[in-house]
Ligand binder design. Sequence first.
Ligand code: UD1
Length: 343
Amino acid sequence: MNQKVLVTGGTGYIGSHTIIDLIENGYEVVCVDNGSNSDTSSLAAVKDITGIDVPYYHLDLCELDGVKRIFTEHPDIKGVIHFAALKAVGESVEQPIRYFRNNLDSLINILDVATQNHVEALIFSSSCTVYGDVTHSPVTEETPLQEAASPYGRTKQMGEQMITDSLKNSSVKSILLRYFNPAGAHASAKLGESPVNPAQNLVPVITETAIGKRKEMTVFGDDYPTRDGSAIRDYIHVVDLAHAHTLALRYIFEGKQQVSTDVFNVGIGNGLSVLEIIHAFESQTGEKLNYKVGPRRAGDIMAIYSDYSKAKNLLGWEPKLDVNDIMHSAWAWEKERTGRQIQ
Ligand code: UD1
């Protein structure tokens, strides 16, 4: 029988791509989401792509009774992939208490219920933001964590610590995946990033500008000490990132993880600047982007990219897609979803 996995935040961008990867690798999925920044159209796309109607709970993980009900109705859940969280850096500076309450209460409830049931594996969405304002890249999992630049980043650091401490004497093993910058969409163009709230991340801002939803976009700073003055990040295709979750889960299920909690970077291992990303979009799609250069964005760091050799060596994970695949798929998805909105 297929092992059953609960995916929290499963209607969201990374969650929904991961559900597809899990189904394609023989897992049975249960999804929960509170719909705060996504809707169930992503599950309709999952059904379209995989043929599977994923059971869905619309509830807030901050309510313990709701989380317990999922496990009462699915006592055979063996793995939990915990995506559900608020994730806007700027918003977290404005509303720190909302971020702490949401991201930490929900995690406590997941830990509580996972340790009370027969869960073997917990995979946590962490972020390269835990490294803070690093002075040197690539960063490895051994790179010391700096002060978090935002309450959002702090919730990820605290989440990592809470999981590590809570599971030390339990039978649940966990993996913390530190994502770099996820971008791109499913190759079918049926699924991609579709936030309910206005997009703030670079790639959706680019595609929304190119299609005319925004008149222009701003490059936040061209005075960084980088090769072209704009900030450098590690852009990882969401389909590659999704597969890292399946491999992490399998690693624990197959009994390969010796330690209680382990941590892995998931990036492409290569830094690209904002201007290089813009030029990649223009050259891959033939579209001309209306952009201007503005001041730096508060809280941004100059450069960060990953060393992912630990994930390669232990999980057998490697990125297969590159920045051109990101641009093609993100643009195909933008045209598809804008077409739907116009109808
Ligand atoms: C940050 C976090 C990441 C988190 C993500 C969630 C860090 C290092 N990274 O990513 O962990 O998961 O937020 O939202 O803290 N940019 C522009 N113009 C725009 C939008 C972005 O120039 O309109 C630039 C930014 O200044 C940045 C780069 O593009 O240099 C990427 O920005 P973004 O996509 O927002 O991601 P991060 O801030 O790197």
